[in-house]
Design a protein. Sequence first.
Length: 591
Amino acid sequence: MDVPSREFVLAGSLEELKAKGRLVLHGGHRPILVIYDRGQVFALDNRCPHMGFPLERGSIEDGILTCHWHHARFDLESGCTFDLWADDVPIFPVELRDCEVWVKSGFGDADPAAHWHQRLADGLAHNLGLVIAKAVHGQLAADVPFADIVRQVALFGAQNRDGWGVGLTILTALANLLPVLPEEEAYLALFHGARRMAADCDGEAPRRERAPLGSRPDSAALKRWLQRWTTVRHREAAERTLLTAIAAGLSPAVLADALVAAVTERAFADAGHSLDFINKAFECLDLIGWEHAPTVLPTVVGQMVAARGAEESTAWRQPVDLVALCHEAASELPKLFAAGCSAHGWSDHAALAQELLGDEPVRIIDALKAAICAGAAPADLSRSLAYGAALRVARFGTANEHSDWETAHHVFTYANAIDQMLKRIGTANGHDAVRGVLHGAMALYLTRYLNVPPARIPGERDERLDDLPADVDSIRAALLDAFDRQRQVDLAARLVARHLKLGHSPQALIATLARALLREDAGFHAYQMLEAGVRQFIVWGNTDEGRHILIAVARYLAAHSPTERAALQTADIARRLMRGGELHQEEGASS
Ligand code: FES
């Protein structure tokens, strides 16, 4: 990394520089190119900021330096580029002392955190992957906390597109994983989150702010209004209502209850994405600070009110009217929870999950009702739902169409989202949000064909998997090797089972799965899958159920690997440029 220095070093005599036109100082942190042009002396990093090609081999005309690799052009005096994708070249102070040329060799900025903050802003604004990668690397090297980087990127995303999008979801999902990631994967996670945010906002109209109402109705009225405006698809009214609730200082739990009540006015809206995005917006605020709620939370409203509900889908109406079943069960919730409130210690999560995977929708609803009567809290139901949905992925038959992985994925990430929201809401805010579990259970029921026939889950009972490696490093290498090849779904599952059955650290396995994901040009769903899987694994720990969940994650990731890994290439280039040294010589590239 850049190290501040006040030292000037002798580059050579002015006569020599005039005669040769350019000199290169080697040694130290990185090579410096010293140029004599039209009576002036300039000093720049000799490594092109794009990919490190030696700028000494470039050409100079009319004060413009052109790199001869991809022909990026730079203002010789300032180092600023005319081609934003290439980034600016660092320049260095020059002094002429008695016909000698002295160059200040230090590359450090007085305030590196501020410098890289601005460069990240530039990279986001112009969707420049290499600049984003360098800026993330630079901020991390300057000890900028993860949360500060996430906040900068999240606020950029909230303000530069008209509504929550995949960029904000990916950023939040990856930011949630940061505490369990090794240093290298943390850099990649922040880079992917930022680059996807920039891409998501590229060419989009910025968001226009609305204002809260001048009055402060009570929370019950605001909740009712939010439901009403969602039902009639009145975005402006819904946003102003939500902003009023925020301005009134309602707690995150109360806000969560109001938004889940509104989004569940439609069943499994937009294949579960609406509720998932709402959950992610709450998690984003947990990460960056709730003082940003007026900026972040209203971004989910546009999609929420416009979402298409499952009640418009034939599959939810014929041959069984699943929407009517959910309505009827929802009307019974107050009575059911009242009946169950005297019972304590309900813990049949795994058994309920198996019932949720059944073939009879009425029996599935009855199982949920019975669990409530037996003392299950809302978040117990959603925990069972999430585990059942993970089993759907873990048992996904590879004879299905490849696109059906996404069908299974949608239910799992939705189930994780309603689980997180119900935990946040708690039990003090009524039971409207439990409708989300009923909808999720019916969505899970409708995907039962994905497990016909079911894939076998490895490591069950006494299966030892002794044909596979045994030590942690060998299992990691074998897993990453499996992800290097297509259609290694079952091998990836067996290696995950092997790792956990041998009692190796789950954290090491999660780090390997994160590595497998973060080196790919992954799709939006893959990030959701890993994060939801890790969240649910943490609930269960290294149990049979926890193992099934990570097997589900590994199978999904293996089904979507490998990709071209272009983003990893960008991240590697940025890291090598930031590290210093003579990049071109290291790579052995030819001119
Ligand atoms: S333009 Fe210089 S290395 Fe690409």
